[in-house]
Write a protein that binds this ligand. Structure first.
Ligand code: FPP
Length: 249
């Protein structure tokens, strides 16, 4: 059976794909199960997306796994999600090392339960030499939090005289974001048929192509990622210029 993968142009791949994984709760509810059942099945989709991205040669994959706002969910769901994250991170270190994948994380990580924080840092350290693909988990992350913490750091530097206000440009600002070591995503995918950004990488997605999949996250498979990339490859990215200017290059 031919796969959509065969139609992907390897010379026009996005370097960085970011995904808002959504719909775990609704997927479970449709099946008459508890929301946590949806999250557990979402782990399979995480594996599929990571494997497909690495096989294609994508350098950065970022997954929105837990938002700052998610802390307000019922305590039982937050605890179950944290346990699932901890278990998955512990279980997947070997696979990441076997596949040369580096784990990275963005967000207010110190706000995570101490066990999660400790094991996350350990897994990041254990995979730090890998260079095929960087898998970034956004955990306790929100873009407004990230922008505010950057503004605070910059404010401190101005206050102590190590930075002058006129030196603050886009590059300086970006250095203070938690994504300072990864490029902006060219493609942002959101699943579950919702058309929202939900406080995710607001600065970084200024020129990203947006792709919305109707599938709930636990149903997301490699072919769905291929479909999103094929759609991306048909788009003309103009960055504010005209079509003629882009074609002339
Ligand atoms: C969104 O669905 C999903 C989440 C808030 C959590 C994502 C977590 C996983 C896929 C589990 C493990 C992840 C990793 C990276 C190991 P939702 O609960 O908002 O669904 P709903 O919109 O249908 O309620």
């Amino acid at each position: 059976m031919s796969s959509l993968k065969d139609n992907i142009n390897p010379d026009k791949l996005p370097k960085h794909v970011a995904i808002i994984m959504d719909g775990n709760g609704r997927w479970a509810k449709q099946k008459g199960k508890h929301r946590i059942f949806g999250h557990k099945n979402g782990v399979t989709s995480v594996r599929e997306a990571a494997e497909a991205a690495a096989e294609l040669g994508i350098s950065y994959l970022t997954l929105y796994a837990f938002s700052t706002e998610n802390w307000s969910r019922p305590k039982t769901e937050v605890n179950a999600l944290m346990s699932l994250l901890l278990q998955t991170i512990k279980d997947e270190v070997v696979t990441m090392n076997n596949n040369n994948i580096r784990l990275n994380a963005i967000g207010d990580l110190e706000n995570l339960p101490p066990r999660n924080y400790k094991h996350l840092l350990k897994a990041i350290e254990q995979t730090s030499k890998n260079d095929r693909m960087t898998l970034t988990l956004a955990l306790s992350y929100s873009s407004r939090w990230e922008i505010l913490q950057a503004v605070r750091q910059i404010g401190e530097k101005v206050k102590n005289g190590s930075l002058r206000p006129e030196e603050i440009d886009q590059q300086v600002f970006e250095k203070h974001l938690t994504t300072n070591n990864i490029p902006d995503p060219e493609l942002l995918i959101r699943t579950s048929g919702e058309y929202r950004i939900s406080n995710f990488m607001l600065w970084q997605i200024a020129y990203s192509e947006l792709y919305f999949s109707p599938k709930f996250w636990p149903d997301f498979r490699k072919e769905d990622l291929y479909e999103a990339i094929l759609d991306y490859q048909c788009r003309e990215r103009r960055f504010g210029k005209t079509s003629e200017q882009i074609l002339k290059k």
